[in-house]
Design a protein around this ligand. Structure first.
Ligand SMILES: *Cc1c(COP(=O)(O)O)cnc(C)c1O
Length: 427
């Protein structure tokens, strides 16, 4: 069910009109639907349950970088989620939101000494290690603290996720992970280091995948390694298949999460039966976009309409600093007029006020709008606010979460004074 719909000609999130939200909180404002978030997380949780899994055999670790607002993290944590983090800052966010560090996995190619110490001090579930140099550093940091670090190796299964090159991460030429052919040697090394405990294997092959075939193929490649390692006496406790399931931006038809998980669990069961007399293994998931992407919109106001010879522009008060995906990946976001008008539509490029030609949010859209109207940039819940910046000394947008007919402010709009509060002039 869509939680974004027109009621009496006005776009609503659940039972709250976006016009009312803009009146109360101004714009640009990110608006999330609690029901949509809950439903999207439940697609994973219910599929785990339906396939006979509990927390010891399947754990969903929401990818914090896709949307890290404390209210979002807190909601997911109450629904039972673990978390996939990529920085020490994200760990502190998870803890501030009430998340359990023992359900946290730490991904990323560049973990610092300090981040390792922080994560070890909170006894996180697992470090997803991306290089042998990182194994050595982690071993040393853990040794200094008198601890053993639980580790998984991020293996690059070299499958083509068939997505945008900037969000494809599982190919040989990417900076992520350890090459498939080098994985066994890296595991042997990890097993020989005294302050590491080898517990798992992981991959993350890309984002906005519409088909689960590449994920199932990656899973097969990982299990081959698990079997090889078992023969050498290195036994793994979990397989982490990463995130990556896509969402509908522009008529895209991503695989249903329930169908993907059912196929994956069937594979797991067959594999465990064939190789391990049915002994279970834990599956980890790191979804981001598929949980938050379609649960949020960015509301913005039309400042000016500019009619040119070649193009019409709708200049709005949101910009590339608020939503970077179009400028960065030429990403397509739906644009809907919040208030439907009976007048004829015209074709517009929707652009922001930032001084860059790359500052556009949408191109060639038919819109019936006037100056002062509100627009909703759709499917903006993932990689929207988290990728925002203060370019042009623009304060970041407010964020609100709708729950039925209630609206909660979950991040105040930044004031200009906030933006230079940490700066100082020369004496
Ligand atoms: C970004 C990221 C994810 C989440 O990807 P989605 O496509 O948003 O599901 C998961 N795991 C890792 C390691 C990531 O970097």
């Amino acid at each position: 069910m869509s939680h974004f719909s027109y009621q009496n000609g006005v776009l609503h999130v659940e039972n709250t009109s976006l016009t009312d939200i803009a009146k109360e909180f101004g714009s640009p404002t990110y608006v999330y639907s609690k029901a949509a978030l809950t439903e999207n997380f439940s697609a994973y949780a219910n599929a785990c349950k339906a396939n006979g899994r509990d927390a010891t055999t399947a754990l969903v670790c929401y990818s914090v970088k896709s949307n890290s607002n404390l209210a979002v993290l807190n909601l997911l944590c109450r629904l039972g989620s673990g978390f996939d983090i990529v920085s020490g800052g994200e760990l502190l966010r998870v803890i501030a939101a009430g998340g359990d560090p023992r359900k946290v996995i730490f991904s990323g190619v560049g973990k610092t000494h300090e981040e390792m110490r922080l994560a070890l001090s909170h006894d996180i579930l697992c470090f997803n290690v991306e290089s042998t140099a990182e194994l050595e550093r982690l071993n040393q940091v853990a040794g200094d603290m008198g601890k053993q670090a639980p580790i998984s190796l991020r293996v690059n299964p070299n499958v083509d996720a068939k997505t945008h090159p900037y969000i494809s991460t599982g190919l040989k030429e990417n900076k992520f992970g350890i090459a498939y052919d080098e994985a066994l040697a890296a595991y042997r090394k990890a097993a020989s280091l005294p302050h590491l405990r080898v517990v798992g294997i992981d991959c993350h092959i890309g984002s906005q995948l519409l088909d689960d075939a590449p994920l199932l193929e990656a899973f097969d490649r990982l299990t081959e390694l698990v079997d090889r390692l078992a023969q050498e006496g290195i036994e793994l406790h979990h397989v982490d298949i990463g995130g990556g399931i896509g969402i509908n931006y522009n008529g895209d038809q991503p695989v249903a999460v329930g169908d993907y998980l059912a196929r994956l669990f069937a594979k797991v069961d067959q594999w465990r039966l064939d190789q391990y007399k049915g002994a279970p293994i834990q599956l980890l998931f790191e979804p981001g976009r598929s949980i938050v992407g379609n649960a949020g919109v960015l509301v913005t106001e039309v400042e000016y309409l500019k009619h040119g010879d070649a193009k019409n522009f709708a200049i709005v008060n949101a910009a590339m600093n608020d939503l970077m995906r179009p400028a960065m990946y030429e990403a397509w976001h739906g644009v809907q007029a919040v208030q439907q008008r009976a007048t004829a539509a015209q074709t517009y490029d929707v652009v922001g006020p930032v001084c860059e030609s790359g500052d556009w949010l949408a191109r060639d859209r038919a819109l019936a709008i006037e100056q002062g109207d509100l627009l909703a940039i759709m499917s903006a819940g993932a990689y929207g606010m988290t990728m925002s910046s203060n370019y042009n000394t623009r304060g970041r947008a407010a964020e609100v979460m709708v729950d039925g007919d209630k609206v909660h402010l979950i991040r105040k709009r930044e004031a200009a004074s906030d933006l230079f509060a940490l700066e100082s002039t020369l004496p």
